[in-house]
Design a protein around this ligand. Structure first.
Ligand code: GLU
Length: 448
């Protein structure tokens, strides 16, 4: 690594100190001493590992560890009952070297600026790894959408959109659904943006309803990509997916369809959880019947053809495949040693902390990282953006074939890079992504 003084313009001494510490500290071999980490610490630690490996300079490290642009906005909402509530929203654009910023919008009471920063950084790596021409972004509003009427959610969404309007657009930054948002949210964003510029702009968001220019196959794309990669990973270890056991944490945007696709592919999905609890059936859950139960009751809990299970214990089941498909940081230093799955395929963003990663690697658990495993979503978002910008629509079969081809190619590239350099799949994937972003940055040059 080039020995040079790192100076972060604008002077954030705590960041500078943190980056120096991460870049110079030797790899930790056991996690017992590591406290719980935040998603941003996890993302920066993963980056620091790769910077050290690639021998990149402190200055480049500082650039890649820091978002190019961050906007925090107040979002006042007129409630149905007439009074006003105020929420905080963020949009973070981590990198533009390879194209406009791209990433989801999250509505959750747990949203913080640091969380959005981490998620935006992971989007940069994900887009680079899949070779889609975007940088990374993420947005969030600290709100629990379950507490609000549809009308209130529409007003929150439109007000937030109008606040971030100057920095979004089809060639600037393209939001998409994430936790707590859906295709209706995207329709409101598209409408608010379009009304403001005076004409309809379908390319400003992805994950739209099909009738407004959404892509066939987008809503299940993340889950389908997870399934393709899970099958490849099992086969890589010489296991047939048919009859392999699987546990899925989360029954939302990613987990629900992932459980369905895995079951369709012949896996035995023995356990599924949601935020209220978990259910288990040793002979395999009937995923379609479970989905109907969730639609009727709002939760997996109480599904008749199953036994109740402690949701935390789902992560520790002795299964061939574990798919964490909920939130960040669920596999950490404290529980990682108890994980008995053979393969973990990360449907969620950031579910495994770096400390847990080291324990899992020591224990021979193969972890397929989020930026590869769940990239099917942004990949089909890219297909949607291409279709919307050209006003020319593909068939479901075209979308699914292209998704399968590109996810498989990305898996093969990461697997080969990891074998060639003796790295975990996460370090290999992050390394490949960081190299691509850095190459784009070098070719463009630093302005001025
Ligand atoms: N929120 C999704 C993710 O984390 C999709 C982002 C997108 O399609 O832009 O990958």
């Amino acid at each position: 690594m080039t020995a040079q003084t790192s100076t972060i313009p604008g002077g954030d001494p705590s960041l500078e100190h943190e980056l120096r510490r991460l870049a110079s500290s030797p790899a930790v071999t056991h996690a017992a001493v590591i406290p719980e980490s935040t998603p941003l610490e996890d993302a920066r630690s993963q980056l620091a590992d790769v910077i050290r490996l690639l021998g990149y300079s402190d200055g480049l490290h500082a650039m890649l560890a820091t978002a190019r642009r961050e906007l925090t906005v107040a979002v006042p909402l007129r409630r149905d009952r007439g009074d006003i509530s105020l929420f905080v929203g963020h949009r973070v654009q981590h990198n533009f070297s390879r194209g406009p910023a791209k990433g989801g919008l999250r509505y959750s009471p747990h949203v913080t600026l640091d969380e959005v920063r981490a998620l935006a950084m992971w989007m940069t790596w994900k887009c680079a790894l899949l070779d889609v021409p975007y940088g990374g972004a993420k947005g969030g509003i600290r709100i629990d959408p379950r507490d609000f009427s549809v009308g209130e959610l529409e007003r929150v969404t439109r007000r937030y959109t109008s606040e971030i309007l100057p920095i979004i657009g089809p060639s600037q930054d393209i939001p998409a659904p994430d936790i707590g948002t859906d295709e209706q949210t995207m329709a409101w964003i598209m409408d608010t943006y379009s009304v403001s510029v005076g004409h309809t702009v379908p390319g400003v968001v992805t994950g739209k309803p099909i009738s407004l220019g959404g892509s066939l196959g987008r809503s299940s794309a993340t889950s389908l990509g997870v399934t393709h990669v899970a099958i490849k990973a099992l086969e890589h270890l010489g296991r047939s997916p048919r009859g392999a056991s699987a546990a899925v944490q989360g029954f939302g945007k990613v987990g629900r369809d992932a459980a369905r696709f895995l079951s369709d592919a012949g896996l035995n999905v023995v356990a599924i959880s949601d935020q209220y609890g978990a259910v288990f059936a040793g002979g395999g859950l009937d995923v379609a019947a479970l989905a109907a139960h969730v639609d009727a009751t709002g939760s997996v809990v109480g599904f008749p053809e199953s036994e109740p299970l402690d949701a935390e214990l789902l992560l520790e089941l002795d299964v061939d495949l574990l798919v964490p498909a909920a939130v960040e940081g669920v596999i950490h230093a404290e529980n990682a040693a108890r994980v008995r799955a053979t393969v973990i395929v990360e449907g969620a963003n950031g579910p495994t902390s770096p400390a847990a990663d080291r324990i899992l690697a020591d224990n021979g658990v193969l972890v397929v990282p989020d930026i590869l495993a769940n990239a099917g979503g942004v990949l089909v978002s890219y297909f949607e953006w291409v279709q919307a910008n050209q006003a020319y629509w593909w068939t479901a079969n075209e979308v699914e074939t292209k998704l399968a081809d590109r996810m498989t190619a990305a898996w093969v590239n990461v697997r080969d890079y990891s074998a060639k350099h003796g790295l975990t799949l996460r370090t290999a994937a992050t390394s490949m992504a960081v190299e691509r972003v850095t190459e784009a940055h070098r070719l463009r040059g630093l302005y001025p």
